[in-house]
Design a protein around this ligand. Sequence first.
Ligand SMILES: NC(=O)c1ccc[n+]([C@@H]2O[C@H](COP(=O)([O-])OP(=O)(O)OC[C@H]3O[C@@H](n4cnc5c(N)ncnc54)[C@H](O)[C@@H]3O)[C@@H](O)[C@H]2O)c1
Ligand SMILES: O=C(O)[C@H](O)COP(=O)(O)O
Length: 452
Amino acid sequence: MPSNVGTSGQAQPATSLAPPTEQRPPQRERQGSFGGSPRVKHLKPFNTANIKILLLENVNETAVKALRDQGYQVETHAKALSEDVLIEKIRDIHCIGIRSKTKLTKKILDAAEKLGVIGCFCIGTNQVDLEYASQKGIAVFNSPFSNSRSVAELVIAEIVLLSRQLGDRNIEMHQGIWSKVSANCYEIRGKTLGIVGYGHIGSQLSVLAESMGMRVRFHDVVPLMPLGTSKQVGSLHELLEISDFVSLHVPETEETKNMIGEHELNKMKQGSYLINASRGTVVQIPALAKALRSGHLGGAAVDVFPKEPAANGKFFESELIGCPNTLLTPHIGGSTEEAQSMIGIEVSQALIKFINNGTSIGAVNFPEVDLRAIRDEENSIRLCYTHANVPGVLRQITDILSEHNVDKQFSDSKGKIAYLMADISDVTPEQIQDIYHRVSNTPTNIVTRVLY
Ligand SMILES: NC(=O)c1ccc[n+]([C@@H]2O[C@H](COP(=O)([O-])OP(=O)(O)OC[C@H]3O[C@@H](n4cnc5c(N)ncnc54)[C@H](O)[C@@H]3O)[C@@H](O)[C@H]2O)c1
Ligand SMILES: O=C(O)[C@H](O)COP(=O)(O)O
């Protein structure tokens, strides 16, 4: 991170921690003063123009604008970058924004010398090595539900399209073939929709499907409140056996990889349909292709694939190409103007709060810590300390801060790391340097930042 946003134990020059007042950006904004409420300090890094942000995969303009408005240097790319280029680019940046295509592996994260925060401008975070990111003190944010409605609406459309074989009729018409059929075409009213994974998308889909007259049953690994008249069933197999449509809405995890293979497809009803808008690895594609070609399944809609092309215009290949009544879409479940705009706003705000204030609320891999606003005093600072979650750390920090006036402090842990925020008042530039130096040299230090 930039000058006053120290990284792994390396002491920063005194000037970067305590710049002369006239060099500071306009950082003091007054809060509305109902009944004389206290003034709050608007924390900002010393020189926001030092903060370099790399946004890939056509992250929405709402985010680009919000981040540029902060004064950060923002570089944008419409596509994902190749591994080699990414390794070069990531070396020097403080924050990266990606969508579902960019894989932030251990190898890539190791190349990132200054990276402090990652924004996934989507729901899924499986493309990031979250555990390794936390070990390196890199916080990861996403947008947990801004595109859920878009995915649910797409699935509703697909249910209707599949049960009327509209994909195939449309292809035929474009080939000049008139083929008016009603055999094996159905209304969706009264049919059973089986939802696997009843989270943000699954539950939204449940409400929409019931409003179309469907009967909804779902399977989830945790007991959840059924919406409307839907019901949770005891097992995946039970759901597969009773459903006319099965729609998958689980995250990519070790448990969901290859969750739907030959055995599961055989459990599904003759002529039923499978929809996958979750992650490509959840379904075994050769087994699905076989079930479609044999006529055991009546059709499928697939939006996500184990291997997806890196960019528009690149070649796509799959065993599903040419299968009967099979709708293939290029991972567009969340690709609507509304969703992308909301995601841009939500994730950029989380990144700004983390960079400027240290707030980790909403991070997927980090303890969630926040403090109320810091007092608007010239010599007050905020210490943000990411450290190994081992006994005795707080005692060391208390020792270091014991000579100072700690206004407030909060810390929390998640797995192997912990995160502490402390607001300290009446500190001189020399004392700030000393605090930074001593905290960042503790043996448990991962990242120490001082904000003012
Ligand atoms: N196609 C797209 O463009 C698109 C868009 C958004 C999200 N997604 C994918 O959809 C997934 C689901 O999104 P969401 O917002 O509903 O997530 P969510 O976290 O709100 O819900 C996921 C649900 O799956 C359940 N679950 C986890 N493991 C399970 C298992 N083994 N068996 C059954 N249930 C299990 C969880 O308990 C949870 O209720 C995301 O993780 C993402 O990968 C795809
Ligand atoms: O995880 C998600 O939100 C979806 O898979 C959408 O990803 P995208 O932003 O790459 O379209």
